[in-house]
Write a new protein. Structure first.
Length: 236
């Protein structure tokens, strides 16, 4: 009876052990399966994360490369723009220098012309004074009559189109009164040019020294000593 009871207990214990082993093995396999599934899931996520990291790295490198290219293009454009600006500045400076030189030449030429005119005027004035001092009264009268004959001859060579009189008058200014013969010849020559009789208005100006002027309308014929001296000075 005792032996049977002992055997029954042993069998029961062995059965419990097998049952526990079975149950533990089942739970273990289930846990391993879940663990393996989690591991595979983690591997997939890790692969996906690695792929995202790789794509992010590639995109980052592409952006960096694109940034470098854009920076190089910007630098090239900046260099080109700086070169264009430099060329424009050089061209503007060159034109400015050329303008300064041209203006300088123009100013120098103007100064030269002004200086020549002033010199000629002073020379004519000095020559006139010298002649006035050297000539006697008789010489001045003789000179006056010679100039009068010259101006009558000059008027006779002019064309009628050059005379545009609003009134049949002419103002004659001389250093000495004209001879009656000269006045008559001058009236005749002027009347032939305008096609009608003309009145002479004679004036005396001793500062002329010698010669005379004839003014008809807007036309002035200068046959004075000073005018002759000015022509000589300009040719010199």
């Amino acid at each position: 009876m005792l032996i049977q009871l002992l055997i029954l207990q042993v069998i029961t214990f062995v059965g419990i052990i097998f049952l526990l082993r079975f149950l533990f093995s089942r739970h273990l396999n289930s846990a391993l399966s879940r663990l393996n599934a989690l591991h595979q899931e983690n591997l997939a996520k890790e692969e996906e994360l690695n792929e995202e990291l790789r794509r992010a790295k590639e995109e980052s490198q592409a952006q960096i490369q694109q940034g470098k290219l854009e920076a190089e293009q910007i630098m090239e454009e900046a260099i080109k723009e700086a070169s264009r600006m430099r060329l424009n500045m050089e061209e503007a400076a060159k034109k400015q220098v050329e303008k300064i030189i041209i203006d300088g030449h123009a100013d120098a030429e103007k100064f030269k012309v002004t200086l020549v005119k002033d010199t000629q005027a002073k020379s004519v004035e000095l020559a006139s004074r010298i002649i006035a001092e050297l000539l006697t009264e008789t010489d001045k009268i003789t000179l006056q009559y010679g100039f009068a004959n010259e101006i009558i001859s000059e008027i006779s060579r002019l064309s009628r189109e050059q005379f545009n009189l609003t009134s049949p008058q002419a103002v004659v200014t001389s250093s000495f009164p004209l001879l009656e013969r000269q006045s008559a010849e001058l009236k005749k020559v002027l009347a032939d040019k305008i096609g009608q009789p003309i009145e002479l208005i004679e004036k005396i100006d001793l500062s002329l020294i010698g010669g005379l002027t004839v003014e008809t309308g807007g036309m002035l014929i200068d046959g004075t000593l000073k005018n002759k001296l000015r022509k000589i000075a300009s040719r010199i």
